[in-house]
Design a protein around this ligand. Structure first.
Ligand code: 5AD
Ligand code: SF4
Length: 410
């Protein structure tokens, strides 16, 4: 069990005091002060942006979707693939045309945790005023106050290398409507060799069982109808706090709460997906009958090089067991094409799994080297064009599976 630093009540109340100061300052303005929060990447980032909005709300900001009207723009970035980073930077580049005097532009989230991105922004995106990494979220009031008081040309950069701290009870402003994210844990300890997330988001930190269940009750009472439990690898939930995983237990406990809602969760790692979890999915009527179980590759050699912790046969036997228990379950998966050194024959093994399982939905990616990850150092003799050809073949196979399924249900 780890003893990660917990952010104390005093530290949080210090931030609340700064937020109140900013609120008083904002009230002095002759119109309401507007913030635009733009989010890239995964649901974890969506959930973080709800915390950012919650904090801004306490600082007296109202919200807009207009870049030109906003007094403050916060862009919550993603770094999972190079394409995600480039898309953000392209859009940040455009903001130079709409920036007004006094407007503050801030970048936060995963891309900011990468030194190379920060250096690029400082050099070539001089209209960006603030950068802060994912570990600084709880200190947003302090960071913003610093930026508001800084002379125009001075950049506020707040990024720490960290395993991550435990923080609970930050203000959250959820979007209207029936859907709600509910964080169960932060960080990731899996270290898949291609993935930058463990380096960015720190070690696994589970929230206390009671805290999660209590928040679920509040969400149900507030009329939320679709609750999604969130974590980079929800199946590890509890290991760091209780010495054993307790995700199935958590899922069952929330599913048994009174109320009219469905319960979803993301993301499951196949190596920790247990018989017990499958039983809860099968038995609990409020648990959604779709499972996202990323297998990434069908080749045992590539799976080992990815550090995934299972073989293709083990993955397939888990899927078979799940289908025995819950025949109506719908399945989705993530696949990476062109991991360093993947041969045509190894790629064919991926196609075999796609053909055998017949997923309802696939999320397919061409491997993208991420600085600092082990895979980025591995020899990669295959060209982008070869990888693209394989990728197209994979898409074509899934299309034919989709078409056949449609025909069967017609
Ligand atoms: N290159 C390509 N795809 C990646 N993913 C994660 N890291 C990379 C990478 N470096 C994919 C995986 C993961 C999904 C969220 O993104 O398939 O499951
Ligand atoms: Fe989410 Fe990973 Fe992108 Fe960060 S890098 S936003 S954790 S997908």
């Amino acid at each position: 069990m780890n003893s990660m630093t917990k952010i104390s009540e005093e530290q949080l109340s210090e931030q609340r005091a700064i937020a109140a100061r900013i609120r008083v300052g904002n009230r002095g303005s002759d119109r309401s002060v507007l913030a635009f929060v733009d989010t890239y990447g995964c649901q974890q980032n969506e959930a973080d942006s709800e915390i950012i909005r919650g904090q801004l709300n306490e600082m007296g900001y109202a919200f807009t979707d207009s870049e030109s009207l906003a007094d403050l723009i916060i862009i919550n970035t993603c770094a999972v693939r190079e394409h995600a980073e480039q898309r953000v930077l392209g859009n940040v580049g455009h903001l130079i045309h709409t920036k007004r005097a006094g407007q503050i532009i801030a970048l936060c989230g995963c891309a900011v945790q990468q030194k190379s991105v920060r250096e690029l922004v400082l050099k070539s995106y001089r209209h960006v005023d603030v950068m802060f990494g994912p570990h600084e979220l709880w200190r947003l009031p302090e960071i913003l106050e610093k930026a508001l008081n800084a002379p125009a040309k001075i950049k506020t950069v707040e990024v720490r290398e960290s395993d991550g701290e435990r923080v609970d009870g930050l203000p959250t402003l959820r979007k209207d409507g029936p859907d709600a994210w509910l964080n169960v844990m932060y960080g990731c300890d899996n270290f898949c060799s291609y993935c930058v997330v463990p380096y960015i988001r720190g070690r696994e930190r589970s929230r206390e069982f009671r805290a999660v269940v209590d928040e679920a009750k509040l969400l149900i009472a507030a009329g939320k109808r679709k609750i999604t439990l969130l974590g980079q690898n929800v199946n590890s939930y509890g290991r760091d706090l209780y010495g054993e995983t307790r995700f199935s237990d958590l899922l069952r406990t929330i599913a048994e709460l009174e109320g009219d809602f469905t319960l979803h969760f993301r993301t499951s790692h196949p190596k920790d997906a247990s018989e017990e979890l499958f039983r809860v999915v099968a038995e609990q009527s409020k648990v959604d009958k779709s499972l996202h179980l990323p297998f990434q590759s069908g080749s045992d050699r590539i799976l080992a090089a990815m550090n995934r912790g299972y073989t293709a046969a083990e993955y397939l036997s888990k899927i078979n067991r799940l289908k025995e228990l819950a025949p109506n379950v719908s399945l989705s998966s993530d696949i990476i094409v062109g991991f360093p050194g993947e041969t045509d024959a190894e790629f064919e093994d991926t196609l075999k799994i796609v053909g055998a399982v017949r997923f309802d939905k696939l999320f397919t990616f061409i491997y993208s080297p991420r600085p600092g990850t082990p895979a980025a150092e591995m020899p990669d003799p295959f060209t982008r064009a070869q990888k693209q050809t394989r990728f197209n073949k994979l898409i074509a196979l899934q299309r034919s599976i989709d078409a056949r399924r449609l025909a069967e249900h017609a």
